[in-house]
Design a protein around this ligand. Structure first.
Ligand code: ADP
Ligand code: ADP
Ligand code: ZN
Length: 228
């Protein structure tokens, strides 16, 4: 007797199941994106920035983008369920099969709990920068619109003014939320909702504190030794 017809089920491998991942943790402007781009070269792990993914969704006008934009403009965290859905989808992609480097995720305990059900985190690298440095870091930030290299007006300018060191482009961008008012809200959200994660990960023995108020190269060296 023939089997009854069964509906086709779309399956995907959640690659993250077999891998170990790294989390870059810290307040807005700590240097997570800057360090992620450098560490990527050494570890080969792709950077997953929930901030970049959300900005892409906003630019594309997707439902997620429309929902997220109001929180981002106000300097508040986007709801956990939106972020967790984005991450689950991203980890289905092939480049996630050997582990990834999360930048700006998780930012709440529920996000960290959800992540722990998906994948093993081997190292949490906390880049520590005092609050009084954050506003100047954020207000001077700009990025290359073509290759996403991160620069700063004073602390990390391009070698030749107006030309990206990495790709030679002259197409630079500043983020709409990189203004003083929004930064203060983002910093408030960090202290209230994100910093409790430090103890949560410290209790698991995988939390590494790095002084982020130093030269970019020194910080990279310390991160690479912590990952050894
Ligand atoms: P920064 O580089 O300044 O730390 P991000 O680019 O990581 O900022 O995030 C920008 C905004 O996107 C945040 O202010 C928040 O609204 C939202 N966002 C990014 N990641 C998360 C997350 N993991 N959970 C909730 N909201 C997030
Ligand atoms: P995050 O991803 O944590 O929000 P970024 O990597 O985007 O932080 O860095 C924020 C700003 O600070 C950028 O303009 C960057 O060039 C600058 N920056 C990063 N690291 C340092 C550092 N160690 N010293 C001074 N400025 C830095
Ligand atoms: Zn560039």
């Amino acid at each position: 007797m023939a089997c009854p017809a069964r509906p086709t089920v779309k399956t995907g491998t959640l690659h993250a199941g077999n891998m170990e991942s790294i989390v870059l943790f810290g307040p807005p402007g700590a240097g997570k994106g800057t360090q992620a781009q450098r560490i990527m070269e050494s570890t080969g792990l792709p950077q997953i920035s929930t901030g970049d993914m959300l900005r892409a969704s906003v630019a594309a006008g997707t439902q997620t983008g429309i929902e997220a934009k109001k929180f981002m403009d106000a300097g508040q965290l986007v709801p956990d369920e939106v972020i967790i859905a984005l991450i689950r989808e991203r980890l289905l992609e092939d480049d996630a099969s050997n582990g990834v480097m999360f930048d700006g995720f998780p930012r709440t305990i529920p996000q960290a709990e959800a992540l722990s059900r998906i994948t093993k985190v081997s190292h949490v690298i906390a880049i520590e920068v005092p609050d009084e440095r954050i506003v100047e870091r954020i207000c001077g930030r700009y990025t290359c619109g073509d290759c996403s290299a991160v620069y700063h007006d004073t602390f990390n300018p391009t070698a030749v003014e107006g030309v990206c060191d990495v790709c030679g482009s002259s197409n630079f961008k500043r983020r709409a939320d990189d203004n003083e008012d929004t930064v203060l809200s983002r910093l408030g959200a960090y202290h209230q909702q994100t910093s409790p994660l430090a103890d949560w990960y410290d209790n698991q023995g995988i939390f590494h504190r790095i002084n982020g108020d130093r030269a970019i190269d020194e910080i990279t060296e310390d991160i690479l030794s912590a990952l050894d």
